[in-house]
Write a protein that binds this ligand. Structure first.
Ligand SMILES: C[S@@+](CC[C@H](N)C(=O)[O-])C[C@H]1O[C@@H](n2cnc3c(N)ncnc32)[C@H](O)[C@@H]1O
Length: 333
């Protein structure tokens, strides 16, 4: 990459980190967690209190949720910043709070912010997508409760998938309300944003495949999927490279197949740990640019030794083809 390309790439990453969560989307998610917030210290560590709707939400709902304290830290790439704290008293005026300068720049990884993290009970924010892996690792190593927004594809990251598989993190409520359409949410964008936007009530917004992720228990997590499809071998072909059947839609999971099934990533939004066990992930699907085309020869796969290889199906002409990434699951009941 040339110097100019590198600068552009960096600018693009920075821009993609500036997505602003809408307060209706925060309200729609947070209503599923009310019991967890009683007497809690909430830390929003990627949130400028001047403009963050997370700060606004917790300020406005401070008494309603029974919070003990709200802390936010403002981040600046180059300069020392400040924290803002609120302990109740005037919930409706979101400018009320105590501002204290920080010696560092509000980076969530800075020692000052880690100190604040240790003092807090629950972290709630939409962290920069480009630092998501590091961000989650820090929450886990500090044994924190959290409710955060991430790209839905982060489920496939090698650092994130084991947390999901081991029930240390799961997909939140993600009600289809507010700006949510299917698996995507709309976010406010900074001035000069050059990416694609859509019009949401007259405001240009970026539409991103994003889910809430959490380790706080919610009712939805224990709701089983209603399975009505019967297993018919012709309808659910077996992979050539995994001892599992292919299921194209979460709603089409058969109720009577006892072996391993490969389901789309969107399954994670419906996953109930009492109903299914997550066996693994077959990650490198047709969407992976490393696997340049969709049709392969058997030799291609024999020479391709990556254990993460995408599940392969054989079509009616005997040609091998590769599906999208699949979560491998097994029924528990
Ligand atoms: C996706 S935006 C979300 C902003 C806000 N949380 C919201 O949801 O509206 C991520 C924010 O994290 C900030 N940020 C970027 N790098 C950071 C870092 N290392 N530490 C803390 N915050 C950071 C960015 O300035 C950006 O405003």
């Amino acid at each position: 990459m040339s110097k100019g390309d590198k600068a552009l790439h960096k600018a693009k990453i920075l821009k993609n980190d500036e997505f602003y969560t809408q307060i209706t989307d925060i309200e729609n998610e947070l209503k599923h967690y009310r019991q967890h917030f009683k007497d809690a210290v909430v830390f929003c560590n990627c949130d400028d209190p001047d403009c963050s709707n997370f700060w606004k939400y917790f300020h406005l709902y401070f008494k309603f949720l029974g919070l003990k304290k709200l802390i936010t830290t403002h981040y600046d790439a180059n300069e020392p910043t400040y924290k803002m704290e609120y302990e109740g008293g005037n919930d409706s005026d979101t400018t009320v709070g105590v501002i204290t300068p920080l010696k560092q720049n509000g980076d969530f990884r800075s020692p000052e912010c880690i100190d604040l993290l240790k003092q807090s009970d629950i972290v709630v924010t939409n962290p920069p997508f480009s630092l998501f892996r590091e961000y989650v690792a820090q929450l886990i190593s500090n044994d924190k409760k959290f409710l955060i927004i991430g790209n839905m594809n982060c489920v496939t990251y090698k650092e994130i998938f084991p947390l999901i598989q081991n029930n240390m993190m799961w997909v939140g409520a993600n009600e289809k309300r507010g700006t949510r359409k299917g698996n995507s949410l709309c976010f406010g964008v900074p001035e000069g944003f050059s990416g694609k936007t859509i019009d949401v009530n007259g405001v240009p917004m970026a539409q991103v495949s994003a889910w809430w992720f959490t380790n706080l228990d919610i009712v939805k997590r224990h709701e089983t999927i209603d399975l009505s499809e019967k297993y018919i071998p012709e309808k659910f072909p077996k992979y050539d490279n995994y001892d599992a059947i292919n299921v194209n839609k979460t709603s089409g999971i058969p109720y009577d197949y006892d072996g391993v099934m490969g389901v789309p990533i969107s399954f994670m939004d419906k996953y109930c740990p009492e109903q299914f066990e997550i066996i693994g992930i077959a990650k490198r699907g047709a969407g992976d640019p490393a696997l340049k085309s969709k049709v392969y020869t058997k030799e291609d796969y024999e020479n391709y030794s990556d254990l993460n290889a995408g599940p392969v199906l054989i079509d009616e002409n005997g040609k091998l083809y590769n599906t999208y990434p699949r979560i491998l699951i097994k029924r528990k009941e």
